[in-house]
Design a protein around this ligand. Structure first.
Ligand code: ZN
Length: 257
């Protein structure tokens, strides 16, 4: 079995709860689709947990922003990015500091595996989309308003593709169509030779009006969407306690949007 996590956003309580849930299921292969940092109050701890537990962690637009520079960020996201960078710089232990920077700097933008143990001929992992791995958003509404963007993604993989970035979990099919976890009763069954693009949702800042941490597990022939409760209130308080982090970033955790 495989677990796929994404968009932790420096939310340590959420990633801890998800990792505990994954361990409880006996799953040892964990792939992270990026945005380990950005927005939240605990970038160091979140990076350490992903570094220790994930087989591969991809580069998201927020990881890129902290390492290089933000690209089309709003004011709150940009301020959080610079604060995060300073937190990593201010780590007093030189070895830890260097380990985190080198982890960020070596994140690939795309990762491909064969996974016969779950019946997958090929699994492609990216943060945004297979066409523009770091920055392109694939929203549920795009199946109506931007169908060529969805088809353009399907042209670039052969079986299963996992993405994050929008923080909205669900399954895209081609011809362009989208199914939320609710519509799927949390389980999507796949066949060999069939293409599906799966958004795993966000561990640390869900935006589908369910504040619980989101991730997926891949079992032979099926994908299950999982939600995990964590202490949202105390995480919001931690955001409020950092002046550089916009209060909105704490408030939205409680609403899951
Ligand atoms: Zn994100």
């Amino acid at each position: 079995m495989i677990a796929v996590i994404s968009d932790i956003h420096s939310n340590m309580a959420a990633i801890e709860a998800v990792l505990a849930d994954i361990r409880r299921r006996g799953i040892t292969r964990i792939f992270c689709l990026g945005d380990v940092v950005g927005y939240g109050p605990q970038p160091r701890e979140s990076l350490d947990l992903v570094m220790e537990n994930a087989e591969t962690s991809l580069m998201g637009n927020h990881d890129y922003a902290v390492l290089y520079e933000p690209n089309k960020f709003n004011a709150g996201a940009e301020a959080a990015c610079y604060w995060t960078r300073q937190q990593l710089e201010d780590e007093p232990d030189a070895q830890r500091r260097a380990a985190r920077w080198s982890f960020l700097g070596s994140m690939p933008v795309k990762h491909v595996i064969e996974a016969p143990e779950v019946g997958a001929d090929e699994i492609v992992f990216v943060h945004g989309s297979p066409r523009r791995p770091i920055n392109e958003y694939l929203f549920p509404d795009d199946v109506f308003s931007n169908a060529s963007r969805i088809s353009g993604s399907f042209d670039r993989f052969n079986h299963l593709c996992f993405v994050g970035h929008t923080h909205v979990p669900g399954v895209f099919l081609d011809p362009p169509d989208f199914y939320s976890p609710d519509e799927l009763k949390n389980v999507f069954s796949f066949k060999s030779g069939q293409k599906a693009l799966i958004n795993v949702g966000s561990v640390g800042q869900p935006r589908d009006r369910d504040p619980r941490a989101s991730y997926v597990i891949v079992e032979p022939g099926k994908i299950e969407f999982i939600r995990v409760q964590y202490d949202v209130e105390s995480m919001a308080q931690k955001v409020f306690a950092v002046p550089e982090l916009d209060n909105y970033l704490g408030a939205r955790l409680k609403e899951g949007r």
